[in-house]
Design a protein. Sequence first.
Lengths: 89, 337
Amino acid sequence: MEIVKSAQSGTMQSSDLMIFLEPAEDLLIDIESTVKQQFEHLIRAQVEKVLELHQVSSGHIRINDRGALDYAIVARLEAGLKRACADHS
Amino acid sequence: MVVPLLGQHDQQQAIQLIEQQGLKFEANFDVQFGLFDGGRLLATAARDRNVFKMFAIDPDGQGSSVLGELISALLQSGYQAGYQAFFVFTPPASVPSFQACNFLPLVSHHKACLMEFGSGLKRYLDKYAPLVKPGHNGAVVVNCNPFTLGHQYLIESAARQVDHLYVFVVREERSFFPFEVRYQLVREGVAHLANVSILDTGDYAISGVTFPGYFLKADDDLSALQMELDLLLFAKHLAPFFNIETRFVGTEPFCRTTRQYSDTMQELLPPFRLQTVQLERCQVDGEPISAYRVRQELRREAYETLRRLVPESTLTFLLSAAGRELQQSLNNYQRRH
């Protein structure tokens, strides 16, 4: 998949996260989180895993997290990717 | 569920709720959201471009997930409208609630705090990182509506007193001349100076975010507060980044708001090791040159007088097709800046 337009997914509710995706030359992942100090590396690992799974290698992805669990991160990111990527079907 | 507020009835309820919370309802916003409980409005908030405002939550709804829901709706609508970073002015007591939603305080003040969502300031500074110079640097913030010989004189004098001078051109589109034109005329007007860089202020100096009062009618308390926040933002974030030690201003004979801003500057900046230097405006025909005066002469199409008030580059633009077209619309323009 390739990010070709800007899109957004998720909410800023507690235990959720909001994701903004934009096309870019390189891959850039920005993470803001209320639990950034403790969990930034885990959030990043989860995001990278999903991106790899969908073969996304470029784009600017901004994560705004409020303590989301892994499955929420996966679901929000996949929803965001579906909105931001070209339809290949 | 949070929904956009539409129609008179919704708005009446919103005004009531906002006033109940001791806030003032302001009519200028792009969209207003609300959360209802069986027909009764429980919470509301509005977005004016990239500024969120008029948050009001009924005591029955406080402490729940309402704030997160409102912010989500505001962010979604703002992002769709093309904005990346968002701001909120909030009383100190509400800072933690917004922090929990990933808003970071940019500047705090005993009465209010300016908070930002989306790391816009960081992106702004990253963009200008290549312009950072060591040494004893200075700054001027100018609107240049349009660029005059007065601006040129101010910038030349300031540039002589520092190692490098940063000229911040006000980004906000609330002036007669559009930003692109103002910026281009500043560029051409100072092209002969080697130690001058030109930047745009973005949202971070004299913008609708930091300083809406500059563009509105004077409301003393509010505009004093905004001036202080604007200057604190400059002192805390912009000045240290660019090694700025001196801020230059021209003396202001006409506009009370601008004069008050310069006065506040001299009070607020010294604790941050920033000095303010006031430079005397240069005069033509016994009167200081101002952009206001230039617009007056332009309205009368007095191009011979204009020749003595603006540099060649500005005059060339005013006489161009684009300049003539703007001149035509000047008769309908009544604002101060």
